[in-house]
Design a protein around this ligand. Structure first.
Ligand code: BTN
Length: 258
């Protein structure tokens, strides 16, 4: 049965200190045959990368930073946002089993606990004609109870759980949850993935501020399109779908997280 199949995490490469697990995976892919679902875990990253060219800082030895190499079978390039949905939903599913407060997916794929970011995802796809031939999925989860990991826009798992966690157990739990969602993708459960992702969205249906093409509007999220664009309805009753370059939540009175 497709559901019980394990693609992700059969091979785990565990490293102490490297610049970035996404870069390490990319280098490895250039020189070696890497098995589908291989995980690269670093206990410390010295040059972690975030979305849109930003740096990603994590606490040495404590946070969970890893990348997964995937060769999605016959996933059309126009459906590549499903990989984002799969990964965000897997993390969302697992974190919900660990914390009692509200877990959500902030569009497009940050993971929030209440109103704070706990996890970031950096997916780097390679396209082969019209399909996704290879994907490097980088995940950075704030785990440490360190003061530096928790402020008014970020939180950490140990802070939310008020307790200790065994890092490798946490990794295995996350991989199993992402694998489960990945098997849904492999068996074509597009409707379920889109519905679950939409239902998990941070602030869905609530009137909040957005930056829409440089204008501040009050709007509410209606849905996410197949290509990943967010569909909102403005207070003036206009329905608009836009990508990240043109549409952003305005949180905390400013746009710190982007
Ligand atoms: C973001 O929210 O901006 C995405 C952050 C992604 C960070 C992870 S940590 C593991 C992997 N390696 C990197 O260099 N980045 C990703």
């Amino acid at each position: 049965m497709a559901f019980s199949k394990k693609t992700i995490g059969n091979d785990i490469i565990e490293l102490d200190t490297i610049p970035s697990t996404n870069n390490y995976a990319a280098d490895l892919l250039r020189t070696t045959n890497v098995q589908n679902g291989t995980v690269i875990l670093a206990h410390e990253q010295t040059a972690g990368r975030g979305q849109r060219g930003k740096d990603w800082h994590s606490s040495s030895g404590q946070d969970l930073t890893f990348s997964i190499v995937l060769y999605p079978e016959a996933l059309p390039a126009v459906k590549q946002f499903y990989l984002s949905r799969v990964v965000a939903l897997g993390i969302f599913d697992h974190l919900k089993t660990l914390v009692n407060t509200d877990v959500s997916i902030k569009w497009p794929n940050d993971i929030f606990v209440d109103d704070k970011k706990i996890c970031g995802i950096l997916i780097e796809n390679e396209l082969n004609s019209s399909e996704v031939s290879q994907s490097i999925v980088g995940i950075g989860l704030n785990v440490a109870f360190a003061e530096a990991s928790v402020d008014f826009i970020h939180t950490s798992l140990q802070f939310e759980m008020h307790g200790e966690l065994e890092k490798m157990d946490l990794l295995q739990g996350m991989l199993a949850a992402i694998n489960k969602r990945y098997q849904e993708l492999r068996s074509g459960k597009f409707v379920r993935l889109a519905r679950d992702h939409a239902n998990a969205l941070y602030l869905k249906g609530r009137w909040t501020a957005f930056d829409l093409r440089g204008d501040v509007v009050r709007a509410r999220i209606l849905d996410v399109e197949e290509d990943g664009r967010l569909t909102i309805e403005t207070e003036a009753g206009k329905v608009v779908s836009e990508g990240l370059g043109k549409l952003r939540h305005i949180l905390y009175g400013t746009d710190i997280l982007k």
